[in-house]
Design a protein around this ligand. Structure first.
Ligand code: BMA
Length: 313
């Protein structure tokens, strides 16, 4: 029997469109943060046009009792930011301690394809948008929370026009807005592997004593469509361009009805997780079938034991 690391919360889905204070078609793929002792989810909300925006939900325990902003918190603003023409999606939130601010890397759905945009906030009420920071096609981005030799680092997922490859890349920047030193961090695997078709960052990188813990998603194509699952990576603490270990098997994937059936079936897709160090619990928020928001939790020490036994890269 395979060891199950993440167990689903019995209250799943913890948030869905029917909980929303205004009309939305679906809520999923939420970024996660802790602000003033509250769990903040920045949910991707899709309206009945098919256009997404982001809205804050707050809770004391991260499971229920959510207070949801009464109207969209961050909307696409195509007049100010042309690239936000068809909405904004899939936020990843990174707390930058040296500035006491959160940075939100999100996907802007531009007429040229998806690209990476950046915003910052000090309170999850006011957001300052910085606009597009990477060209299309690119998505699945998050900042690291600290500098390395003075430089900021970011993981992202461009798509190659030539090979069609969807690999994870890593880049650095002096100011979080201008990015260079682009390098492939991780390639899709091959053959029938769970992550052979496409990969991309899921939640924001998490610092641990053994290295940066990264949750990523992998896609496998089947005769009845794609399956989106989650795996883990461990990156070198001092040099996050170096992958130390990689899941050869997925650690989480669609099993429940709400993950198998929905707008896009067979999808579990995380954009945020939170570590409760006192309780030794790692909480992974994820979208089920691009329709609802769910939660699964794992004992952190067991995750780290597992990660340290994963194959070396
Ligand atoms: C990816 C992203 C996610 C979505 C997933 C499955 O490309 O766009 O937002 O959850 O596809 O549809």
């Amino acid at each position: 029997m395979r060891e199950k690391l993440f167990l689903r919360n019995p209250k799943n889905p913890i948030l869905s469109a029917k909980d929303w204070p205004y009309e939305v078609h679906s809520v999923f793929n939420a970024g996660a943060a802790i602000c003033k002792d509250e769990t903040i989810l920045l949910a991707r909300c899709e309206d009945y046009r098919g256009i997404s925006h982001l809205t804050v939900a707050r809770s004391r325990n991260g499971v229920d009792g959510w207070r949801i902003d009464p109207s969209p918190t961050i909307l696409g603003e195509p007049k100010r930011f042309k690239e936000e023409r068809w909405g904004i999606e899939d936020p990843r939130i990174t707390y930058v301690e040296e500035e006491n601010k959160w940075y939100v890397a999100y996907t802007s759905f531009s007429s040229e394809g998806p690209l990476v945009s950046l915003a910052e906030t000090e309170n999850f009420k006011d957001f300052k948008k910085h606009g597009a920071i990477l060209l299309p096609d690119n998505k699945d981005a998050a900042l690291f929370p600290c500098r390395f030799n003075g430089q900021w680092f970011m993981i992202h997922r461009p798509v190659s026009m030539t090979s069609g490859a969807s690999n994870m890349w890593i880049s650095s920047s002096p100011d979080k807005l201008h990015w260079g030193h682009h390098e492939v961090l991780l390639k899709t695997s091959s053959g029938g592997y769970w992550d052979c078709v496409r990969i991309g960052l899921s939640a924001q990188p998490l610092r641990t004593e053994h290295g940066w813990l990264v949750l990523y998603h992998g896609v496998r194509g089947t005769t009845s469509g794609a399956i989106y699952r989650q795996g883990l990576l461990l990156l070198d603490l001092e040099n996050p361009r170096k992958v130390l270990r990689r899941s050869d098997a997925w650690i989480f994937g669609p099993e429940e009805n709400i993950e198998i059936k929905g707008d896009v079936g067979n999808v579990t897709f995380s954009c945020g997780w939170l570590l409760d160090e006192k309780k030794n619990r790692l909480h992974m928020y994820y979208g089920g079938a691009d329709t609802v928001i769910c939660l699964a939790t794992a004992p952190f020490d067991r995750v780290m034991d597992y990660v340290r036994k994963m194959p070396e890269v």
